[in-house]
Ligand binder design. Structure first.
Ligand code: NAP
Length: 303
């Protein structure tokens, strides 16, 4: 295996996967192709001599066909947290989580690229309460039906330098005297970005992962309230967290949908109705031991 196409590979997790693969001796000759909508956003990857960051619209079938040429594997990482409202899911979710995997499957088959790694989300299910989770489940189904050498990864929330979760709370704590929090009792089992990246890299080299689906979780479960308090304190600004009643949380999320890049949507609240935790406790495949949040988060939240 020499050439890997990472679709959605310029983001938080994709960048960690590229770094992880690039430093493994077994992948010394790997060449990575990373399509992006905005090349300047991927500056951190341009410095890697084996990474080719290209401006490309991955939703265009002809562009996808061109990107697939000569690849040995595809890693599919595109994900959006805001996809609009609607049934069975909003348009944005349908486009990124269902139609794109369908196009990836078709292009991979046409180009003879059999090996596909796909990143979904923990608790994705056809009957999940949110459009995000339902569309992620539909994307998994589309890829499963395509008859490829597929491995699916379903992480809980991912933490690490540059995450959009703990960093957001730590940043907000700098300006907010207290936290009025929606979904305060929602449960998560955060997993370290480097553990997720290493698991994907392992899987590329392990034939037994073909056809498997892995739920990925860290060692401990937390409520959202605990995580917000922790991030605020670790960032040097301990704050009081006040759980919002459901109706108020709903109104707050609705209002935030009108703010560009607002931190919450009604669909996010629906997602939090299912605990994003692994039934089997701490869970990483291939004998990996998950890294505790408390070991890593203070190193990047402080200051
Ligand atoms: N982070 C988490 O806590 C978490 C938890 C569970 C599951 N996941 C899943 O893990 C995957 C990676 O997440 P991440 O945190 O690395 O996300 P991220 O940092 O937001 O990166 C998303 C990537 O997808 C691309 N992308 C986003 N919207 C797109 C669109 N509409 N069309 C085409 N490309 C688009 C971006 O490319 P550009 O360079 O073009 O912007 C970027 O490379 C996603 O599928 C996500 O659902 C993440």
């Amino acid at each position: 295996m020499n050439s890997i196409l990472l679709i959605g590979g310029t983001g938080f997790l994709g960048s960690a996967v590229v770094r992880e693969l690039a430093r493994r001796p077994a992948s010394a000759n790997f060449q990575f192709t990373l399509p992006t909508r905005r090349r300047e956003k991927a500056k951190h990857l341009l410095v890697l001599p084996t990474a080719d960051v290209v401006d490309a619209d991955v939703h265009d079938p002809a562009t996808l066909a061109w990107l697939m040429q000569g690849q040995d594997a595809v890693i599919s990482l595109v994900g959006v947290l805001k996809g609009g409202e609607g049934q069975p899911y909003g348009q944005g979710f349908a486009r990124a989580h269902v139609e794109l995997p369908r196009k990836i499957a078709a292009a991979a088959r046409a180009a003879g690229v059999r090996r596909v790694l796909h990143v979904s989300a923990l608790q994705a299910a056809a009957d999940a309460p949110s459009g995000y989770l339902r569309s992620k489940a539909a994307g998994e189904a589309v890829l499963r039906e395509a008859g490829l050498d597929l491995t699916i990864f379903r992480p809980s929330v991912i933490f690490g330098p540059g995450d959009a979760f703990l960093n957001l709370f730590a940043r907000m704590a700098r300006i907010a005297p207290f936290f009025p929090l929606a979904g305060a009792d929602a449960r998560f089992q955060p997993v370290w970005v480097e553990d997720v990246a290493a698991t994907l890299a392992d899987s590329l080299q392990r034939a037994e992962s073909i056809g498997a689906s892995y739920d990925l979780c860290g060692p401990r479960q937390y409520s959202l309230r605990q995580l917000v308090k922790y991030a605020a304190a670790a960032g040097g600004h301990p704050r009081l967290v006040i759980g919002l009643p459901q109706a108020v949380a709903w109104l707050q999320a609705w209002a935030m949908e009108f703010i560009p890049n607002g931190p919450m949507t009604r669909d996010n609240i629906r997602s939090m109705r299912v605990a994003s935790v692994c039934d089997s406790g701490c869970s990483l495949p291939f004998g990996r031991v998950a890294t505790p949040l408390e070991l890593v988060a203070p190193t990047y939240l402080h200051g």
